[in-house]
Design a protein around this ligand. Structure first.
Ligand SMILES: Nc1nc2c(ncn2[C@@H]2O[C@H](COP(=O)(O)OP(=O)(O)OP(=O)(O)O)[C@@H](O)[C@H]2O)c(=O)[nH]1
Ligand SMILES: [Mg+2]
Length: 248
């Protein structure tokens, strides 16, 4: 029997991008047969641009393949993932979850390589921009610098031996997710390092797969000051937690 893989895509004002992304992911799900059955779950936070209206149109045309989780208001990227993961595990009985941005920065054709890494024995496969074969297109030096700092700090403070800790393109086995979900507190972008940290402490097998990352062309970045502050707070909290654990 094929394993059930749910691609979870959080969206906030991604109307234009999601219209282009959904057909590409649907095509991929048609081409992947055998080992995997793919489902798509959009977690939308009542986007003022009516992203969910577009998703509903695709749902009508592709019954049973696309699902929509609508939340009343914007509650953050990490919180969208947590709700989406619960839905994927409980309602869609997913064995594997793929995290992916809805702004076309991630290429759906990289998904089979993430899934292959799981088939080869990983519990978590991270799409990495910072290993041989990975790349970034269209970022300003400022954006590169922010990403370098965002990646360097967790590597340094939490001793994470991962090249791309902040990547939002990953595949994870749900048995690993269920065992760490309750420990992941971050509601914003810090969710990504929170998840890796707890996967590492759980002794998970983690691999990195090179990906090609393209800067968004339509819509705006959703990264807020609040997310940056939470990121620093989560880093310090995990650093402290790690030390306390070590002492015990
Ligand atoms: N549901 C939901 N989705 C969100 C929220 N914040 C961000 N997103 C989505 O999460 C994905 C990643 O957000 P981006 O703004 O692209 O973040 P980023 O890729 O780190 O930043 P850029 O490089 O500037 O694009 C996108 O699909 C967003 O629409 C949120 O609060 N709720
Ligand atoms: Mg983006």
């Amino acid at each position: 029997m094929p394993s059930r893989c749910c691609i979870v895509i959080p969206t906030y004002n991604e109307r234009e991008n999601i219209s282009a992304l959904l057909p590409r992911v649907l095509r991929l799900s048609e081409s992947i047969t055998g080992e995997w059955r793919l489902y798509i779950l959009i977690v939308d936070d009542n986007s003022p641009d009516d992203t969910s209206g577009i998703v509903r149109r695709f749902m009508r045309e592709n019954k049973g393949r696309i699902f929509l989780l609508e939340r009343r208001r914007r509650c953050g990227l990490g919180s969208a993932y947590k709700d989406g993961f619960k839905y994927a595990m409980e309602k869609l009985k997913a064995d594997v979850i793929v995290e992916m941005d809805g702004d076309l920065s991630h290429n759906p054709s990289d998904i089979p390589r993430l899934l292959k890494a799981l088939s080869d024995g990983s519990d978590l496969a991270i799409g990495s921009r910072y290993i041989a074969g990975g790349s970034i297109e269209g970022w300003s030096w400022k954006r590169r610098l922010i990403s370098m700092i965002g990646n360097g700090l967790p590597r340094l403070l939490l001793k994470l031996n991962i090249s791309d800790c902040t990547s939002g393109f990953r595949a994870i086995r749900t048995y690993l997710l269920s065992s760490i979900m309750d420990e992941i507190d971050a509601d914003g972008y810090a969710f990504q390092i929170d998840m890796i940290y707890h996967a590492v402490t759980e002794g998970a097998r983690i691999s990195e797969v090179p990906i090609y990352f393209k800067n968004r062309k339509a819509g705006k970045s959703k990264l807020r000051l609040k997310d940056i502050l939470e990121f620093i707070w989560v880093l310090l909290k995990l650093r402290f937690k790690g030390r306390t654990r070590h002492k015990l």
